[in-house]
Design a protein around this ligand. Structure first.
Ligand code: NAP
Length: 296
């Protein structure tokens, strides 16, 4: 299968391009080669390559940035997705459009299950999530387009290139901080990018279609998440101090208590996501020396 990947330089794209699998031939397109704002360029590139699958990762993903740059976020995440979806339809390629479990409002006790919980547009929180939801609608409404929409959890990974939560926590330790403040009243699902990519590729092979939650099992507050990172890195002299989200300065509102389950993946016997602590421990052990090395 020939698979074209947009936004190939990002976290998920980098992980996909590491995969060696004889069933897939990946072609990664970075933002300097394919700009999703340029419909003509996209059409020409897809027509020249004629991939079987397009994994459309290119997006503005920093939720606080999106809150401050609404028009640009909309242009790239919604209009860009429309350009890709139109071009994929013309060449009969399967379109994979990763979305986010942030579309669920996080206002109920039970986990969200994509088989029963429809997204309520009025309850989608923040500019980023709204743009991803509009992107989903564009994809779903495109006539004659085959698509998979996986809704990812809060991803971590990247190894030496990691710049996200795990790297930030280890970075604070390396700086010599002895106390780290972390939000305790907001629950997320830390999700390994390695697991997520493996699950996504398995789903493509099994010819999945439609919307799938694809999140790490379990749930954690940022406080739990940071505590676990320190525990797995065997750091005993740094304290995590719990704080309330209202005391943390950020531009974008976020769901408070979000847990989803991988309903359709489980039904298909294809839920390869692991418990967040098990997958996180493996990752922290893999990278901790690179991030902490000599100074701690
Ligand atoms: N990371 C998560 O926790 C998470 C969770 C749920 C869903 N998702 C979704 O999964 C997908 C991949 O996420 P990610 O974490 O890999 O994102 P990422 O690391 O932020 O990468 C996004 C990529 O998109 C590229 N891009 C931005 N504007 C572009 C444009 N105008 N034209 C072409 N490329 C452009 C960026 O290139 P430059 O850096 O060169 O601008 C970057 O390589 C996104 O659709 C995201 O919404 C991610």
């Amino acid at each position: 299968m020939k698979v074209l990947v947009t936004g190939a330089g990002g976290m998920v794209g980098t992980e996909i391009l590491k995969v060696t699998d004889p069933d897939f031939q990946f072609i990664g397109l970075h933002s300097n080669v394919l700009n999703v704002k340029d419909a003509g360029q996209i059409k020409a590139l897809l027509n020249a390559q004629k991939p079987d699958v397009v994994i459309h990762l290119a997006a503005k993903t920093n939720v606080d940035w999106c809150e401050r740059n609404i028009a640009e976020c909309q242009t790239i995440n919604v209009q860009g997705t429309r350009h890709i979806a139109q071009a994929a339809t013309e060449i009969n390629a399967l379109l994979v459009y990763p979305s986010t479990s942030y579309l669920y409002p996080g206002d109920k006790e039970q986990p969200y299950d994509e088989r029963v919980d429809a997204i309520d547009p009025k309850k989608v929180i923040g500019v980023y999530a709204q743009s991803k939801f509009e992107g989903e609608i564009v994809v779903q409404n495109m006539t004659h387009l085959d698509f998979i929409i996986p809704r990812f959890g809060a991803l971590y990974g990247g190894g030496k290139e990691d710049k996200k939560f795990v790297a930030k926590v280890l970075g604070l330790v390396k700086e010599g901080k002895k106390e780290i403040k972390m939000i305790r009243d907001r629950v997320i699902q830390p999700s390994s990018v390695k697991d997520t990519v493996a699950n996504l590729l398995a789903l493509i092979k099994r010819q999945g279609r439609g919307i799938y939650n694809m999140v790490g099992h379990g749930q954690a507050s940022y406080y739990d998440y940071a505590q676990a990172i320190l525990e797995f890195a065997d750091i005993t002299d740094v304290r995590v101090i719990p704080i309330q989200s209202q005391d943390f300065k950020e531009s974008a509102p976020r769901p408070k208590n979000l847990t989803a389950i991988n309903g359709r993946l489980q039904e298909a016997g294809l839920d390869l996501m692991r418990d967040w602590r098990i997958a996180l421990k493996e990752y922290v052990l893999e990278i901790k020396d690179d991030f902490l090395n000599t100074t701690h």
